[in-house]
Ligand binder design. Sequence first.
Ligand SMILES: [Zn+2]
Length: 326
Amino acid sequence: MSVVKKYILSNSAVVAVADSKGILDKAAELHSLSLLSSVVLNRILTVGVFFGQDLKNGDDGLLITVSGEKFARAVVSVTRRGAVKGYIENTVLGFSKKDGDVKDGGQDATLDFSGKEGGGGGYRIEVESDVKATVGRNGFVETTKSIGGRLYSGRSELAEGDITSDFALYLAVSEQKNSYIALGEFVSGQKKSPTVRDGFADGGEVLAAGGCFLQFLPDAEGEFVRDVRGVFSRLSDFGRILYELKTPDAVMRTYFNNFTVEPLDEYEPRFYCGCSEERTRKIVALMGRKEAFDTLKERGAVEARCDFCGKTYVYGKKEIEKIFGK
Ligand SMILES: [Zn+2]
């Protein structure tokens, strides 16, 4: 399960805190993602949850694309508040193995996440530097928002390739919004069998994932803005913070204790794909009659796979004849 809690901060800002582990787990399962691929995708999904907070009408939507040189592309779509889906093109991004840690720990080795205590037969996962290394700095954040039938698009270059600062730059450059964002995961656990079925492909597990997104209200004063910046400078390891404090309320109590905090709203975002047999049939119809029947002849069926959730729809002879006529 995932949760977003929103608060008003000293009448000068709106803060949203997300626990998005449920979304991460679902994305990892649907797309058979490695641990690092799921971390990268989940950061963008969490941003999608934050950016899609105000989508309320049925046809409104938001599409976010992050393209970096290493994974090529990750795409996230939000259709209404809390309903988010996405995919990443490289599903097998792997963590680097660091010197000083045992590389072949065996099936039961414990991962040494801290990097301080003895290796104990694990290998270390460096989430931040590995996200940067696998996303790369050459690329773009792009968004298309559809609200009330009008399209709005935005674009900015990647800043660091860690997703967090990339979206901070996007907000400043493209939306000209004075806001702060923190994203992170806490990764640890047992080295599991190297199959996705039994755990993530490269061992370890995500114990916590989420983020914090603050938007200033128009009348926020300079001193308040400075104080908020001070808080966000301490939120960079957000995954560990959420893991230790467990709930958005506790994060607010601990890190925003110098402000007045009023609860505003709460909802449960989830990974949701609205694809269906019927919708996919329309896409198959766009293939054209000749190509559909050629594929049918060649492979015995026409398959259409949904990128967002990985579901495959199979259309046999009967269905194809129904779409195009005999
Ligand atoms: Zn789907």
